[in-house]
Design a protein around this ligand. Structure first.
Ligand code: BG6
Length: 477
């Protein structure tokens, strides 16, 4: 049995009245409290522009964890650690008030100078806040100081570099925890374990045995209430630059001899340095963008009230990516993601080469969500007198009740100073360099028709053809 040690810490949440804080952060912190990772020596300061009292803030926190326990005393005890300060991120003197409160809570709760600054605000404020944290002396010298930020990390390579430069004026790279919530998902964390601890897979994990790898991040939902953001971003920036590239690099990196955060992040960045960069013609050949059109129940993207009727923003992307190194020589990685597809399916499929033309190759499928599953398809003799070969499906389905949620894991890993599952500056910049080329090619092409797909389907015909011309097909069409 592992003994859980409480981690003394003062967490300041910028954007404490926001949706993310209520939906994800307070519940995640409560789960850590229930398990004992946070106990007596922790406090949370919520800040935002609104004028809230501590009492009101604590009620909001209580409301957000209502469903997570029947024990009212426990919920109240948790909420009593929360303090609110109205704050304008541009006003220097507000940081002085924040420092005063932080120092007081540090002394009251014995948080030992350990501080986490969680920026749950619009990214254009990241730089200002980080700068003020330094100039107004919110950093301590006796404990750890860590910054957590949420995507988007820039809008393209240049803005990502600018943002990283701003942040590193206050924090060292090893104090910056960039959340990509996909890295907190159980089955994404399982990829490295699977690759590392199975001789079977380790030996075959390269071009000689693998035909292609597929990454699907399909969503049945639309852009929900984020029209303004989504129409400027599109599927390429929203899902490919971050989540898909994180999964791609975990699948394709060289395995470091020692599995620690630093080595893993270095290997992930290293493989991204070998991405084959496409020119405009190659982009046309290897990348597909599309927009959904309506069906009987759902209106089309362009008909959405808050979306420009002439928008060329893509709600679907499929692409073929190559990594030009010895391990992956000419092996395609097919990726696809889209909104308003037939169903939610986040999965990875590793299609092994067949051993003969008569039998299908092995398949390893990692289902990330909604099911958490690993399926290995292997060939065996059919039972009985027959000598036919049949493929059997070895499936493990994870059914753990109350499994930790991505934010719970990631916040805990940050408290432990474990950077393995956070995006490194270099990874971000390398993936933007690849994405920018596609973006530029698409943005420059203002004439050609953008393919469409019907809401509720699995994307445009062009996405199917992308694989068909190579003799493959999407697993889970
Ligand atoms: C976010 C995107 O990063 O991920 C959203 O901005 C998307 O558009 C979401 O819906 C998907 O996350 P999940 O965990 O529901 O697959």
């Amino acid at each position: 049995m592992t003994i859980i040690q409480e981690i003394p810490v003062l967490i300041t949440i910028f954007g404490g009245t926001g949706d993310l804080a209520k939906r994800k952060l307070y519940p995640a912190l409560f789960r850590l409290f229930k398990k004992g990772h946070l106990k007596n020596s922790f406090a949370v300061i919520g800040t935002a522009r609104r004028e809230w009292s501590n009492d009101y803030y604590q009620e909001v926190v209580l409301e957000s964890i209502q469903q997570l326990s029947n024990d009212d005393a426990e919920k109240k005890a948790f909420a009593s650690h929360f303090y609110y300060l109205s704050h304008n991120v541009e006003h220097t003197q507000h940081y002085d008030q924040l420092k005063h409160l932080a120092d007081t809570l540090d002394a009251t709760y014995h948080t030992l100078g350990n501080r986490v600054f969680y920026l749950s605000v619009a990214p254009n404020f990241f730089g200002t806040i980080a700068q003020h944290i330094k100039t107004q002396h919110l950093l301590t010298s006796n404990g750890f100081n860590r910054l957590i930020i949420e995507k988007p990390f820039g809008h393209n390579l240049q803005t990502a570099i600018e943002l990283n430069n701003q942040l590193t004026q206050t924090f060292d790279e090893n104090q910056i925890f960039r959340i990509d919530h996909y890295l907190g998902k159980e089955m994404v964390q399982n990829i490295t374990a699977l690759r590392c601890h199975n001789a079977l897979l380790k030996a075959c994990w390269h071009a000689e045995y693998i035909d292609n790898i597929q990454i699907t991040l399909a969503e049945s939902v639309g852009f929900e209430d984020r029209a303004g953001y989504y129409d400027k971003s599109g599927a390429l920036r929203d899902m490919v630059q971050n989540h898909i590239f994180q999964i791609l690099s975990l699948l394709s990196m060289e395995l470091p001899e020692t599995l620690n955060g630093e080595n893993i992040r270095e290997e992930k960045a290293s493989v991204l340095r070998h991405l084959r960069m496409y020119d405009e013609n190659a982009i046309k050949e290897h990348f597909v963008r599309a927009q959904y059109i309506g069906n009987d129940d759902i209106i089309g993207y362009k008909e959405e009230p808050d979306i420009d009727a002439y928008t060329r923003t893509e709600t679907f992307v499929a692409g073929k990516i190559f990594i030009d190194n010895a391990r992956w020589k000419n092996i395609p990685f097919y990726i696809r993601t889209g909104k308003r597809l037939s169903h939610k399916d986040t999965s990875v499929h590793i299609q092994f080469k067949p051993t003969s033309p008569e039998v299908a190759g092995n398949l390893l499928s990692i289902h990330i969500q909604p099911e958490e599953q690993i399926r290995l398809f292997i060939n065996t003799k059919e039972q009985g007198l027959s000598h036919h070969i049949q493929m059997i499906d070895l499936t493990k389905t994870y059914t753990q009740q109350n499994a930790p949620e991505a934010y719970e894991r990631l916040i805990l890993e940050c408290l432990h100073g474990d950077m393995t599952n956070f995006a490194h500056r270099e990874e971000i910049e390398l993936s933007w360099a690849f994405i920018d080329r596609i973006r530029h090619a698409w943005d420059n092409d203002t004439q050609s028709n953008i393919p469409t797909y019907t809401a509720g389907s699995m994307g445009p015909i062009e996405s199917i053809q992308l694989l068909e011309k190579d003799g493959f097909h999407w697993i889970n069409q």
